[in-house]
Design a protein. Structure first.
Length: 318
């Protein structure tokens, strides 16, 4: 596990958290200072699940799982301007008897959207959106831990585009459409890049299997992006949050849609304790699934990726 990318990411988190974290006391008789238009919201949580067996005749395997998560928001709102910055982190591990610690979740995502509207009565904005996401540590196709199938910045994705955004904060509903969005895929690990992982152009080999031309570490696409974010209290102390992103490249297989869909149901016990049920579905034609055959990793075609989560834990807002 290489520490350098992790230290860089942790430094970015510290800088983001520190920026504008100090509230500003304002005299209501004076013109509001610029910093008064910033809203700060931070949420950190920890989910824990455990099962243990001792002389249990029916059999079973003891295990313990933990998930650390954080959501840090900086929102600037002033008249016709709206600037949302959001940092989302998640990292989970699992330990079972007889096996080493395994990763169960790994997310580092930063979103930034700047919008301008013609008047304060409108919910429609002319917006510019940027998104970046990668992971903290290496990922493996367990039980094989000799070769990583993903690493920090391998892959990493960036989206940058402009378009129209409907943002209704009272109903907590957001819809964004961009006819021009640039998607960059980064695979900054040489071995994975040579394999053509995550859709980058793979290396060229000669008849003896030697590399003639190294694989590319980046891939750039230009396409359409449609996204939606919706959050609502559907019943007392039950909140539902939905995030959906659809992207299609103009040049390569236009009409073939990359899907990133997340849904979560929060069951609030009190201010600090809550249970959550969620899912994360991904389909990307450039991501090939891997299968272990005779102790070798073999790439297969693209498949729907699905992750389901269920947990209960502590949450702190500040």
């Amino acid at each position: 596990m290489k520490l350098k990318p992790i230290l860089i990411i942790l430094f970015l988190i510290f800088v983001f958290k520190s920026t504008l974290a100090q509230p500003l006391v304002i005299d209501s008789t004076q013109t509001p200072a610029i910093n008064s238009f910033w809203k700060v919201k931070n949420t950190v949580g920890f989910d824990l699940s455990e099962i243990a067996f001792l002389n249990w005749n029916a059999g079973g395997q003891s295990s313990i799982s933990g998930l650390l998560k954080g959501d840090f928001n900086r929102i600037y709102q002033r008249e016709n301007y709206n600037w949302l910055n959001e940092l989302i982190i998640r990292y989970g591990v699992n330990k079972q008897d007889g096996t080493a610690v395994r990763k169960t979740d790994d997310v580092f995502m930063f979103n930034s959207t700047f919008g301008y509207r013609k008047d304060t009565l409108s919910y429609w904005f002319h917006s510019v959106k940027f998104n970046f996401n990668t992971q903290f540590t290496n990922g493996y196709k367990y039980p094989n831990t000799d070769l990583a199938i993903s690493k920090p910045f391998a892959p990493a994705y960036t989206f940058f585009g402009m378009g129209a955004e409907y943002d209704n904060k009272e109903k907590k509903f957001n819809f964004y459409f961009s006819p021009l969005t640039i998607k960059n895929t980064l695979v900054l690990d040489r071995r994975l890049a040579n394999q053509g992982a995550f859709g980058v152009e793979k290396a060229v080999y000669d008849s003896e299997g030697k590399i003639i031309i190294d694989g590319r570490k980046t891939k750039t696409e230009l396409g359409i992006l449609v996204s939606n974010h919706f959050k609502k209290e559907i019943a007392k102390n039950i909140n539902f949050e939905n995030r959906l992103s659809l992207y299609s490249d103009y040049i390569h297989n236009f009409g073939n849609i990359d899907v990133d869909w997340q849904g979560q149901l929060d069951l609030v016990v009190n201010e600090y304790v809550r249970a959550n049920i969620g899912f994360h579905l991904i389909y990307d034609d450039d991501i090939k699934s891997k299968k272990e055959i005779n102790e070798k990793q073999v790439s297969e075609g693209p498949k729907v990726q699905l992750k389901q989560m269920l947990g209960i834990g502590l949450v702190y807002n500040f």
